[in-house]
Design a protein around this ligand. Structure first.
Ligand SMILES: [Zn+2]
Ligand SMILES: [Zn+2]
Ligand SMILES: [Zn+2]
Ligand SMILES: [Zn+2]
Length: 778
C-alpha cells in the first residue's frame, strides 16, 4: 500500500512543523555555542593531568577520590596507549586499598591489555597476587608468584632498593599463601542474594510485570488505573518493571566553566554505569567519547549496539538539549529492535489513512504490518484500553510507551515551540552525522557500527515520533532514584540521602495515578522499579503512588499548584481534601512556638499565641529572619562536623538547639536536623549513649512529619539501630532492629542491603556471650 505522508495530519496534535529547515541560522549558532560548553570528546592532554590529580588524592589516602580521577583520565585516553594503561594500573591500586579486590583484578587485566610498560609490571603483579590471596584463589596466586620469581631471576634491571622491597613483599606473600593453604576452607559462601522474593509471586495475565493482585481498568475521569483485585498486605510486591528506556542524569557539574577546562569534581556520570545504572568506581569508557562510561565491557557493547553508536557523536548537543530530548531520541532508536508482531494499532489510527511512509524502514514497516493485518481481518480492531495489544494485554513495549498521553492541548505554546526546536536541531545533527558516517566509511573508526537503518529518509517520521515522546515526558517521565551514602570519614553511622540518578519511562508504573499520601512505595535497583504496598489495600481500592508532591514535603496549596502546572489535574486525594478543610496553622514541622509559654503561634502576617492567657504576638517576617539566622548557624556547625572538628561542632549545635527551642515547635524539621547532627557528632566521638539520646529526639520529629511507617522513619531507625549496636545496648538494639526491619521491609523487600545489614547485626548480637554485669553503656 502506498500512502501519502503528510505532516498536517499531525498538526492537530502538535501545531508545529517538524523539519530541520524550520531552524534559522541564528538558532543554530546559538545551539552550537551552548554545546561548546561541554567537553565530550577525548582530550589527549587530559590523562596526565587527571593522573597527577589522582596521585595526590592517593597520597592523601582518599582512594575513592583518586579512583574517580583516574577514571576521568581513562575516559580521555585513546585505547592501547600508555596513558590508558597507566591510569588503569593506578586505579587498580586505589581499588585495592578500598578492598575491592575483584574490580582491582579487572583493572590489572585492562592495564595489561592496553600495553602496560614492562618495567612497571612486577609491582602490579604483586598486587594481583595479593588480591588473589585475599580472595582465596590460592592456585592462581601461586602461579602469579612463580611468574614473578622467574621474572626476577632473568632481569635485574630494577633499582636495587625497589627490587629489595619487592622481594620482601613477595616473601611475605608466599608465607601468607602457605598459611592459608594449611587452613581448612573457611570462606563464607558468597552472599548470593536469592532473588525469589524480589519476583512477583504470580504474574498478571493482563499486565506484564505486575502482580495478579491488581487489574487494569479505565475510569471516565482518571483514565487508566490499577485496582486491587484482592486484599493486599503491606510489603507485597505489586509491580516490578525494568525501564523501557532510561537516561542517566549527568549531574549539573558536567558543564565545565571557562578557565577550568578539566573538571575534577565527582558527578553522577562518574559513579554509575550509563546503561544499567550500577554503581561502580571502575568505569570503562566508550572508545569514541569521554562522557559515556559503563560498568563493564558488556554494558558498553550493548549500549553501543542499542543506541550509543548514533548518540556518540551527538554528546554535546544532547547534553545541552537536556535529558528529555535524549530520552526521546533513545526511544526512537530502540524501536528499531521491537518485534514486528507486537506493534501499535493506535499508532496507525493516529497516522490515519492519508499518510504514506517511505518503504523498508523498520519503524514504518511495523506500522504497515499492523495496518495490513487489521485490514486483512476485514474490520478495524479497536483495542479496549489504549496501550494494550489486540488480545488486550498491556506490556512493557513501544506500543504502550507510544500510548502514554502527550497532553498536547495543555502544554503552553512556548513549551511546544521549545520541544520542536530541540527536535529539529537533533534531526539536523543526526542527518549531518549520518552523512558523515557514510562519507568517511564506518570502518575507519575502531568501533564496530551496528547495522544502522538509513536514517536520512526516516527523519520526518523520526522527528514526529520524537516530538510526541518529548511532549509525553512532562507527565510520564519517572525519576530513578537511589539511596546514596553521604561521605563522611568521621561518621561510623551510615548517613544516607535520596538522589536522582536517571530519568526513565516505565509503561506499567505509568498506569498508577497520583496521591499525595500514596498507598505504595517505590524503590529502584539499577533500572528496575519495584512498587510495594505501603499499607493494607482493600479489594477494589485503587493502587496509588506519588508523582513527587508528597504531603510530608509540602503543604496542600503548593502541591495542588505543582500538580496542576506539571500534570494538568486538580488533586482530590484524601490528604488534599482534609488539609484544605483545616485552618491554616500550617504543618507542625513548620510551626513556630511562643517565646514565653511554648504554645503554638498562629496567624498570617502577625502571629499570636494560641494560649488564651498569653499575650505574645510577633511578626512573621521577624520569625522568618530568625529561622534564616538559625539555618546559617546550623550550616556552620555542619561544616565543622564534616571537617572533623567534633567538639567545636557540638558546642555550636548546642547553641543552635537552645536558640531553636525558643521559637520553633518541638516537631519543627530544624529541631530534628540539629538533633541528628548532634547524634552524628557524638557517634564520631564514640559516645554512643549521647548519640542514641539525640537520635531518639530526631526520630520523634521524623515520625511527626513522615509518619511511623514511612521510609524516612525506616532510615532513622536504621541509624539508631547502628548506634545502639555499637554501644552494645543489646536489648534496646534488638528492639530497634526489629522496628527498623518492619518498616524497611515494606519499602524495600527482604533482599535489600538495609534488611540484610539489620539481620547481620541481630545475629551478631544474639551470638554475643552474656556480659557480666549487664549490657554496657545504655
Ligand atoms: Zn552497566
Ligand atoms: Zn561514545
Ligand atoms: Zn493530593
Ligand atoms: Zn504564649
Amino acid at each position: 500500500m502506498s500512502l501519502e505522508f503528510r505532516r498536517e495530519a499531525w498538526s492537530r496534535d502538535t501545531n508545529i512543523e517538524v523539519e530541520p529547515s524550520a531552524m534559522v541560522p541564528e538558532d543554530e549558532i546559538f545551539l552550537k555555542r551552548l554545546s561548546r560548553g561541554y567537553l565530550v570528546e577525548k582530550d589527549p592532554n587530559a590523562p596526565p593531568f587527571y593522573r597527577e590529580k589522582g596521585n595526590s588524592k592517593f597520597q592523601e589516602k582518599d582512594y575513592t577520590g583518586a579512583a574517580v580521577l583516574y577514571s576521568k583520565g581513562i575516559s580521555h585516553s585513546k585505547p592501547n596507549t600508555e596513558d590508558i594503561s597507566l591510569c588503569y594500573a593506578n586505579r587498580s591500586a586505589a581499588l585495592f586499598h578500598l578492598g575491592q579486590y575483584e574490580t582491582c583484578l579487572e583493572d590489572i587485566t585492562r592495564a595489561q591489555m592496553h600495553g602496560y610498560p614492562e618495567r612497571l609490571q612486577p609491582k602490579m603483579i604483586l598486587r594481583k597476587a595479593e588480591c588473589l590471596v585475599t580472595l582465596g584463589r590460592l592456585q592462581e596466586a601461586s602461579q602469579a608468584i612463580s611468574d614473578l620469581e622467574s621474572d626476577f631471576a632473568t632481569k635485574r634491571t630494577l633499582a636495587t632498593s625497589s627490587f629489595q622491597i619487592l622481594q620482601k613483599n613477595l616473601h611475605h606473600l608466599k608465607k601468607k599463601v602457605q598459611e592459608k593453604e594449611s587452613l581448612p576452607e573457611t570462606f563464607p559462601p558468597t552472599l548470593a542474594k536469592t532473588f525469589e522474593d524480589m519476583d512477583l509471586k504470580e504474574e498478571n495475565e493482563q499486565i506484564s510485570r505486575a502482580s495478579s493482585s491488581v487489574s487494569l481498568c479505565t475510569d471516565p475521569l482518571k483514565g487508566r488505573c490499577l485496582i486491587a483485585t484482592k486484599d493486599i498486605l503491606p510489603g507485597e510486591l505489586l509491580v516490578k518493571e525494568d525501564a523501557f528506556v532510561s537516561v542517566l542524569n549527568p549531574g549539573e557539574r558536567l558543564r565545565h566553566s571557562l578557565g577550568n577546562k578539566w573538571d575534577t569534581r565527582i558527578a553522577n556520570g562518574d559513579l554509575y554505569c550509563h546503561r544499567c545504572l550500577k554503581h561502580t568506581l571502575a568505569t570503562v569508557p566508550c572508545d569514541g567519547c569521554s562522557y559515556a562510561k559503563y560498568c563493564s565491557q558488556e554494558c558498553m557493547q550493548q549500549a553501543w549496539e542499542l543506541y550509543h553508536s548514533v548518540e556518540c557523536p551527538l554528546g554535546a548537543l544532547l547534553l545541552s538539549l537536556g535529558v528529555f530530548c535524549h530520552i526521546a531520541l533513545r526511544l526512537t532508536l530502540l524501536t528499531r529492535f521491537e518485534d514486528v508482531g507486537k506493534v501499535t494499532s493506535k499508532l496507525c489510527d493516529e497516522i490515519s489513512n492519508s499518510i504514506s511512509f517511505p518503504k523498508s524502514k523498520t519503524l514504518i514497516k511495523t506500522l504497515n504490518y499492523n495496518q495490513e493485518e487489521n485490514e486483512d481481518n476485514g474490520k478495524v480492531v479497536k483495542t479496549p484500553i489504549p496501550g494494550c495489544d489486540i488480545s488486550g494485554k498491556y506490556e512493557n513495549n513501544y506500543n504502550a510507551v507510544f500510548n502514554l498521553l502527550p497532553h498536547t492541548e495543555n502544554h503552553s505554546p512556548e513549551h511546544k515551540f521549545l520541544c520542536a526546536v530541540s527536535i529539529s536541531a537533533l534531526c539536523k545533527e543526526l542527518e549531518a552525522a549520518n552523512l558523515q558516517a557514510f562519507a568517511t566509511g564506518l570502518n575507519s573508526s575502531k568501533l564496530k557500527a551496528p547495522v544502522t537503518p538509513q536514517l536520512c529518509a526516516d527523519f520526518n517520521i523520526w522527528g514526529v515520533a520524537m516530538l510526541r515522546h518529548m511532549l509525553q515526558l512532562q507527565c510520564n517521565a519517572q525519576a530513578i532514584t537511589t539511596i546514596q551514602q553521604t561521605e563522611s570519614k568521621e561518621s561510623i553511622i551510615a548517613n544516607s540521602r535520596q538522589v536522582r540518578l536517571a530519568t526513565g519511562i516505565f509503561p506499567v508504573v505509568s498506569l498508577l495515578n497520583h496521591s499525595c499520601s500514596p498507598n505504595t512505595s517505590v524503590s529502584f535497583t539499577s533500572t528496575v522499579a519495584t512498587i510495594r504496598a505501603a499499607q493494607r489495600i482493600r479489594k477494589g481500592q485503587e493502587i496509588l503512588h506519588c508523582y513527587g508532591p508528597h504531603k510530608s514535603w509540602m503543604g496542600v496549596a503548593e502541591r495542588q499548584q505543582k500538580l496542576r502546572s506539571q500534570y494538568y489535574f486538580d488533586c482530590s486525594c484524601p490528604a488534599c481534601h482534609t488539609e484544605e478543610l483545616r485552618t491554616a496553622a500550617g504543618p507542625r514541622w513548620e510551626a513556630f512556638c511562643c517565646n514565653s509559654c511554648r504554645a503554638l503561634m498562629q496567624g498570617d502576617d502577625v502571629l499570636s499565641c494560641d494560649n488564651k492567657s498569653c499575650t505574645e504576638s510577633v511578626s512573621r517576617d521577624h520569625l522568618v529572619s530568625q529561622l534564616q539566622d538559625l539555618q546559617h548557624q546550623v550550616g556552620m556547625a555542619q561544616k565543622l562536623l564534616r571537617s572533623g572538628k567534633l567538639e567545636q561542632a557540638i558546642q555550636q549545635l548546642l547553641g543552635c538547639q537552645r536558640d531553636a527551642e525558643s521559637f520553633l515547635s518541638p516537631e519543627h524539621t530544624m529541631m530534628g536536623e540539629i538533633e541528628d547532627d548532634l547524634a552524628q557528632a557524638y557517634a564520631a566521638l564514640g559516645d554512643w549513649q549521647k548519640s542514641a539520646t539525640h537520635l531518639q529526639k530526631s526520630l520523634r520529629v521524623v515520625e511527626a512529619r513522615h509518619g511511623p511507617s514511612s521510609v524516612e522513619m525506616g532510615h532513622e531507625l536504621f541509624k539508631l539501630a547502628q548506634v545502639l549496636f555499637n554501644g552494645f545496648a543489646v536489648s534496646e538494639a534488638l528492639k530497634t532492629i526489629q522496628k527498623a526491619e518492619k518498616v524497611l521491609l515494606v519499602h524495600y523487600g527482604p533482599w535489600s542491603d538495609e534488611i540484610q545489614e539489620l539481620q547481620k547485626m541481630r545475629s551478631c548480637l544474639l551470638d554475643l556471650p552474656p556480659i557480666p554485669g549487664g549490657p554496657l553503656g545504655l
